[in-house]
Design a protein around this ligand. Structure first.
Ligand code: FE2
Length: 377
């Protein structure tokens, strides 16, 4: 018999999942120019046109473009002058994530169970209808001004949501291999880590997968704490970062300053072929965090043999990490907008279920070089 300590998930009691989540339904960003943003996410990242709402569809206070790729739906929303909530969000944060929507089987139950456990309501359950069926939605607040919407669409056959129409355009640059949302990371304020870990545990029934303390994720200058919260069926993974004291300003603190508080730091997206995906992205002008040149000198010692050609990995600046279940390849874009806030991660998992802990130090050293250039270190 082995005496190896069981992992956290193996010692968890079998309790009923009161909030079964089917996946990330959509991610909505409030942006200053939805029309131009849609063009950017199409051109740069290969998202495809899906749906539209605005004045032409009877929506008076906002315009939204919905773009999709694989199972990912990105909603880009701008105010039409008289929507204070969206306008203020953009003024405070620049283009930023407002909603991480989760598909559920039962919106009323999801809303009631979470509110009963202490969630602050954002939107009470509402049924929206059109000739193709009905969608129910409700929302609760999470960190910062971010919201989780619950979406029940089992009785709906429309293109996206009632109120939207199909967005027809001749401009459809090729997809680049994005498949699914792997995880969505939130940056929270000083001392707020446990509050939000407790929120996901107690209010949403998540559990903590792994944790790093600030000694594990620190360089000469930056430090942070990170905990990963995962839901019952492990479809939804929400790592949470909190800044920690270092010699200079933590990258999480820099984010908090530019975002006016807590918010979504990055969205990690899966691909089945990261070499192809990153090759496409680089050819479309997407910039990634630079990897220290010495990183690849020791990559085989750290992760052992990998299927991919090391030269291709090195030339594209892809990071590699291994855990007990396999390995993963990942890369981080530079910020998507003018502020050093939101960015994308592209990830290919080859067995590994972790998040690239071994790469954190290499990555942070790279982020620090970028911070240095911005004069915010
Ligand atoms: Fe990540």
């Amino acid at each position: 018999m082995t005496t190896k300590a069981p992992s956290v998930e193996k010692i968890l009691p079998a309790i009923e999942d009161f909030l079964p989540l089917l996946g990330v339904d959509y991610i909505e960003m409030y942006v200053s120019n939805a029309k131009q943003a849609a063009y950017y996410y199409q051109s740069a990242f290969g998202f495809q046109p899906l749906a539209y709402c605005g004045l032409e569809t009877g929506i008076k206070d906002r315009q939204s473009y919905v773009v999709c790729q694989g199972n990912i739906k990105l909603v880009l929303t701008s105010p039409l002058g008289n929507n204070q909530e969206i306008g203020k969000h953009i003024e405070a944060k620049g283009d930023a994530v407002k909603v991480v929507a989760l598909t559920v089987d039962n919106v009323n139950k999801s809303f009631n169970e979470t509110v009963l456990r202490g969630a602050k309501p954002y939107l009470s359950p509402v049924a929206e209808k059109d000739p193709t069926g009905e969608v129910k939605r409700a929302g609760i607040h999470t960190y910062g001004e971010t919201v989780h919407m619950f979406v029940e669409r089992k009785n709906y056959n429309g293109i996206f949501l009632p109120g939207f129409e199909k967005w027809e355009t001749n401009y459809q640059p090729a997809e680049i291999g994005f498949k699914d949302v792997d995880h969505v990371v939130g940056n929270v304020g000083w001392g707020e880590m446990n509050k939000w870990v407790d929120f996901y545990a107690n209010v949403m029934g998540f559990y903590q997968l792994i944790s790093f303390d600030d000694n594990e994720i620190s360089t000469d200058y930056t430090a942070l704490m990170s905990k990963v919260m995962v839901n019952g069926n492990k479809k939804i993974k929400f790592p949470i970062n909190e800044p920690a004291e270092g010699k200079k300003k933590s990258q999480v603190e820099e984010y908090l300053n530019f975002n006016g508080g807590a918010g979504v730091q990055h969205i990690a997206i899966t691909t089945d072929n990261i070499i192809e995906t990153v090759t496409h992205l680089r050819s479309r002008g997407i910039e990634f965090l630079n990897v220290p040149t010495t990183y690849y000198d020791t990559v085989y010692e750290r992760v052992g043999e990998i299927d991919e050609e090391l030269n291709a990995i090195r030339e594209l600046g892809i990071l590699v990490d291994r855990d007990e279940d396999g390995y993963l390849l990942q890369i981080f874009t530079k910020p998507l907008g003018p502020r050093p806030t939101l960015f994308f991660e592209v990830i290919q998992r080859k067995g590994a279920q972790s998040f690239g802990k071994g790469n954190f130090k290499a990555l942070f050293e790279s982020i620090e070089r970028e911070q240095e250039l911005r004069g915010t270190l």
